[in-house]
Write a protein that binds this ligand. Structure first.
Ligand code: SF4
Length: 336
């Protein structure tokens, strides 16, 4: 039992009263079982709520239970993840489901952290939201709310450690899931990174950054990683009605997905289908983490289907899990 703390109790009352009125109606909140919460939390990492909603609904229709997911193939899972990015998350969900089917559903945050792909944040979310366990969590929203409420100017990553201490000390043990969601909701909708809506904030009278008139000064920004510029060529080779594909090797972005031959330069003499003459279909930019990639799409037509590639027809390409920028390259090539 924790000793009584009137200030903490007031914080809980203010924020939970606000949350009870303003919580967004999101599909994973209708049935907060561990599996639904787990899938939604993984999808929401680095992805906006509005983008996640249709993916979550399609996922639940295709893999309605942990057992359905555990029995799926990696190709099937990646196909349903296609377009969400950070594909490792989809692969980890599959490995995690297989672990849970073999070992049983964990009943607290420590148990969830044993599951492949689940870290302290997701473990806290599942245990508190779906199992009503007294588990704290910190994501980017909670960290920002914490740094403003306390005017903590510590730079990341030490700020994250401070936020975890605060989250553990201030957890509402009666409604841990609602409290955690309320903090995240406040960060997502009111205490936003830019232009926080302080006049409508339920915690404004408890907020140190608001009191000194500097909410935008917190948290102290992390030092930026320099952007790395890369050039790549995507080779779209046709043989009759089929196109050459290959699996992305282990250790590369999108490992295990279906893609097309690529070279790490715009030099067309590096044509893997030489002597077939390449035609350029176009060039576009896309980003992966701090890398900015200028992707050139080159098309060739060949007479013989070399057996070091897998040649897929249009129907098979539609069903394949292809990274979004490479599918965009394929669409460009179709217009040539
Ligand atoms: S008063 Fe402003 S800065 Fe403070 S928690 Fe509320 S929205 Fe964030």
């Amino acid at each position: 039992m924790r000793p009584p703390n009137p200030q903490r109790d007031e914080l809980h009352q203010l924020l939970l009263r606000w949350y009870d009125r303003h919580a967004r109606d999101l599909p994973w909140r209708k049935n907060p079982e561990p599996y639904q919460t787990w899938v939604s939390e993984i999808m929401l990492q680095q992805t906006q709520v509005a983008t996640v909603i249709p993916y979550f609904e399609r996922w639940m229709a295709r893999f309605p239970t942990i057992a359905d997911l555990a029995n799926a193939s990696e190709d099937d899972v990646l196909q349903f993840w296609q377009g969400l990015g950070y594909y490792r998350r989809g692969r980890n969900l599959l490995a995690g489901a297989q672990y849970v089917v073999a070992n049983g559903i964990p009943f607290d945050a420590a148990g969830w952290q044993e599951v492949p792909g689940i870290g302290p944040y997701t473990a806290g979310a599942i245990a508190s939201i779906a199992q009503n366990q007294p588990a704290a969590l910190v994501d980017g929203n909670v960290e920002r709310v914490y740094s403003r409420l306390t005017a903590d100017a510590t730079e990341p990553p030490k700020l994250t450690q401070n936020a975890w201490k605060w989250a553990n000390l201030n957890l509402d043990h009666h409604r841990p899931g609602d409290w955690n969601q309320a903090l995240m909701e406040l960060g997502a909708t009111v205490c936003t990174p830019k232009n926080p809506q302080c006049p409508t904030c339920p915690l404004k009278n408890r907020c140190a950054a608001f009191a000194i008139g500097k909410p935008d000064s917190y948290p102290t920004p992390a030092k930026r990683t320099a952007t790395v510029q890369l050039q790549q060529t995507l080779w779209i080779a046709r043989c009759g009605d089929r196109i050459a594909t290959e699996r992305v090797p282990q250790g590369e972005w999108w490992e295990g997905m279906v893609s097309f031959p690529r070279s790490q330069t715009h030099d067309l003499t590096e044509n893997p289908f030489d002597p077939a003459w390449p035609k350029l279909a176009g060039t576009f930019k896309h980003s992966v983490t701090h890398h900015r990639i200028t992707l050139q799409v080159a098309c060739v037509t060949v007479e013989n289907a070399a057996d070091n590639y897998t040649w897929l027809n249009a129907h098979e390409l539609n069903a394949a899990a292809i990274p979004a920028p490479h599918r965009k390259g394929l669409e460009l090539a179709k217009r040539l």
